[in-house]
Design a protein around this ligand. Structure first.
Ligand code: EPU
Length: 409
């Protein structure tokens, strides 16, 4: 869909959170390390996964029903020069996979949301440590190794994508590889649990990951993907202005920090390990900074903005991961909200009278933030809703279920 128009609605009901996008993407790719049959449950039915599956079809992988993915097939070596590769970020996990399987990959540079510079220098530096030669790294990335060796790589800064790529590569290298200053995000742990089920041995010691890879992986396994913690936060935010919202299939541990901040600010909620019941809440201003897990994630932070434009007082939101993730803060100014962006901090002076508007989403989490705004104000239009469909499963059905009056075109 392109566009949603919201109307005043009484938000109430229950909703079930889908499987995590950012855990599913690497795990679907990692399942191709396995020569046996892999069954993946809870894979969300979203555009990014569809794009990945289309690419996998081209390289010889068959799968049945999308929600309960049954993966089987032998990957055929090919140059990965398909248009879809450029359309989403996670296509770069095929670099780690192809190097692990074939010691060579030729692939278009990845795309993804424009939320700042998104270099891949850590991925390449890690690959080089394992014996990979970078033949070209511009529009077409060409990597090749004569022999892969166990490696030790310390990342200059924590990167989810680079940690995933190095885990994929190390999984097929006999011996002990080490990733230092590795990503601590739960999606990486979900991948590690999956790899362990495949018989690869991975261990985490805070931000150091150790991998004992295997050259031959042939197992019949089934795995359930973790719930999406960003989708969960989206509905929690919607719950704050609802009569009551019951959000099922969450993992409370993964939401510890954002929930702690919101509860301190006045969130009324009953929090259980897998379920949260949120009631209409009157919040106090906050001062937060996004960071590596367990801190509030950069994907979750913008979801707070529409809540705090309605809270009297000044709230501060500092971006700690990307350098220019502020397009949605600019867009929200259309509501008449008092929002300033100074360096990497969004400063919201809440409590002004706000108006509905016509918004344009420029990336996935911006679309989610604008959706929260449009639901709360009950009289807005959002264009470019296809961004939201990249990461939110059955979103229109879920919005209907919680009582939103809207139409889409
Ligand atoms: N970085 C480098 N060099 C690299 C890799 C990363 O300088 O080689 C920097 C980035 O520029 C950034 C920081 O390191 O400043 C962290 O980037 P990271 O590599 O962790 O981001 P990513 O793997 O490209 C994933 C998620 C993003 C999420 C970020 C941060 C996926 C497919 N994407 O991106 O999710 O914002 O981690 O947690 O998992 C989204 O879901 O909407 C989304 C954008």
């Amino acid at each position: 869909m392109q566009k949603i128009k919201t109307f005043p609605s009484k938000i109430k009901g229950r909703v079930k959170i889908s499987g995590s996008k950012n855990a599913s993407l690497p795990i679907v790719v990692a399942s191709l390390l396995n020569e046996g049959k892999t069954i993946l449950n809870n894979v969300p039915h979203i555009t990014d996964i569809n794009k990945l599956l289309n690419i996998l079809k081209r390289i010889g992988i068959n799968y049945s029903s999308k929600r309960r993915l049954v993966m089987k097939g032998e990957v055929e070596y090919q140059e990965l020069l398909y248009p879809e590769i450029k359309e989403f970020r996670a296509s770069y996990y095929l670099m780690g996979l192809f190097l692990a399987l074939f010691k060579e990959v030729k692939i278009y540079a990845p795309g993804g949301c424009q939320i700042g510079q998104r270099p891949i220098n850590f991925h390449l530096a890690g690959f080089i440590k394992a014996g990979v030669e970078v033949i070209s790294d511009s529009n077409i990335i060409h990597l090749k190794a004569n022999k892969l060796t166990p490696f030790c790589y310390e990342m200059p800064k924590k990167s989810l994508g680079a940690t995933v790529n190095l885990l994929l590569l190390a999984s097929k290298i006999n011996g002990c590889s080490v990733i230092k200053n590795a990503s601590t995000e739960p999606e990486v742990d979900d991948l590690m649990i999956f790899l362990n089920k495949l018989g690869i041995k991975t261990f985490r010691y805070t931000d150091m990951i150790i991998i004992y890879g295997k050259t031959k992986i042939r197992k019949k396994i089934s795995y359930k993907i973790m719930p999406d913690r960003i989708e969960a936060m989206t509905f929690i935010a919607l719950g704050v202005q609802s009569e009551q919202l019951i959000i099922k299939n969450i993992n409370k541990e993964h939401l510890k920090k954002p929930l702690e901040v919101l509860v301190q600010s006045g969130l009324k909620a009953v929090i259980k390990p897998k379920k949260i019941k949120v009631y209409q809440s009157y919040l106090q201003p906050i001062k937060i900074k996004s960071g590596d897990y367990p801190e509030i994630s950069t994907d979750q932070m913008p979801l707070f903005y529409p809540l705090f434009t309605r809270v009297k007082g000044i709230s501060y939101f500092t971006e700690g991961i990307f350098e220019s993730r502020f397009s949605v803060a600019e867009e929200l100014k259309k509501t008449n909200a008092d929002i300033k962006i100074i360096d990497k901090t969004v400063i919201i002076q809440g409590g002004k009278d706000l108006i509905g508007n016509s918004f344009i989403a420029k990336d996935l989490r911006a679309a989610a933030t604008l959706l929260i705004e449009a639901v709360i104000n009950g009289d807005s239009t959002i264009e470019n809703m296809y961004y939201l469909e990249r990461g939110y499963e059955a979103i229109y059905q879920k919005l209907k279920q919680i009582g939103l009056e809207f139409n889409v075109s």
